[in-house]
Design a protein around this ligand. Structure first.
Ligand SMILES: O=C(O)CCC(=O)C(=O)O
Length: 309
């Protein structure tokens, strides 16, 4: 019988990760214009992230999107925001998977909180981020300031753009938890700076999911304190417990500055935070269900089998 022990499988995971990191190298920077064929050959097919500079140079959003402009355009429009006491939404906190409180507020109020002009009594962290094509669905007045799609990406990927999101609009304190998406992500920072901590899909052997009960944050006005209540209809979610800190490997850290765009290939794990008030837009293209997907599924199943049962 060959050596099919747990330590040997872990060793193989280690080798896989080391080798794949050699192929990924560091995350480089490209200048526009980007040739779709070269982009496909050098980044999409080998599943490597890259930063593209100059993509948003001529977008109206780059010139216009200050908080004052957005206040002027959206002012009293009602927007859906998320609020959490600790900046951690869709994340495991004290052994539970925590969802944010969702509120509808006037945009001007949200902007005041982000700018520190108002300090709501809940003391929570406010952010606006719904990955459901919210830029086109909820903010059509802003959507006209960015292109409908990214030409070189539409030519390079198999599918057309699926979701166009106001990816993120928040102050300093919110952090997205470590996760991955089934989309090819073209992520452009308009204002502020985003810091992505990345792991390739081949790190899956070191990223351990567990089941957590699901709770939703809620600020109790009469008691003036935050509570967490079980979320109806969802009992458990499988999630990564300690984010980047729980992975026995160093993340690849990438800073995305204003005017820069990160191409984040589908299936890459990412945890994201910012240094200051940030506005970003992302274009999500459906991923191809091909060899890369089959390998990710295989790694998922192997990791589940040895670590998660
Ligand atoms: O903007 C963020 O903070 C998170 C973005 C993200 O996770 C994504 O675009 O997939």
């Amino acid at each position: 019988m060959n050596d099919l022990t747990l330590p040997r499988v872990n060793e193989l995971f280690e080798e896989l990760e080391e080798e794949s990191r050699i192929f990924v190298g560091s995350v480089g920077r490209l200048q526009m214009p980007v040739c779709p064929l070269a982009f496909h050959r050098e980044y999409v097919a080998p599943n490597r992230p890259v930063i593209i500079q100059g993509l948003s140079r001529n977008w109206k959003a780059s010139e216009r999107w200050s908080l004052d402009y957005l206040r002027q355009i959206l002012g009293d429009d009602i927007c859906q925001i998320s609020v959490v006491p600790d900046g951690l939404a869709d994340a495991v906190v004290d052994g539970k998977f925590q969802l944010p409180e969702e509120r509808k507020v006037k945009f001007s109020f949200f902007a005041d909180v982000i700018e520190g002009k108002k300090q709501p009594e809940d003391g929570g962290i406010y952010y606006l981020q719904r990955q459901n094509s919210c830029l086109t669905e909820d903010y059509p007045k802003l959507a006209k300031d960015v292109p409908d799609e990214i030409e070189f990406a539409t030519a390079a990927f198999e599918f057309r753009v699926h979701f166009l999101n106001l990816a993120d609009f928040c102050g300093k304190a919110s952090v997205s938890s470590l996760h991955r998406d089934p989309y090819e992500n073209i992520y452009t920072v308009i204002r502020g700076k985003k810091i992505f901590k990345l792991f390739p899909p081949t790190s899956r052997g070191k990223i351990i999911y567990k089941e957590f009960p699901v709770v939703r944050c809620h600020f109790n006005q009469s008691l003036r304190k935050w509570e967490r209540k079980s979320e109806k209809g969802i009992d458990f979610v499988k999630w990564i417990e300690n984010g980047v800190n729980g992975v026995a490997s160093e993340p690849i850290v990438v800073e995305v500055n204003p005017g820069e765009t990160l191409y984040l290939p589908a299936g890459w794990f990412h945890q994201v935070h910012q240094d200051d008030k940030t506005i970003a837009v992302n274009y999500w293209y459906d991923r191809a269900y091909d060899q890369r997907y089959a390998k990710e599924r295989f790694l998922d199943q192997l990791a589940e089998l040895i670590h998660e049962t």
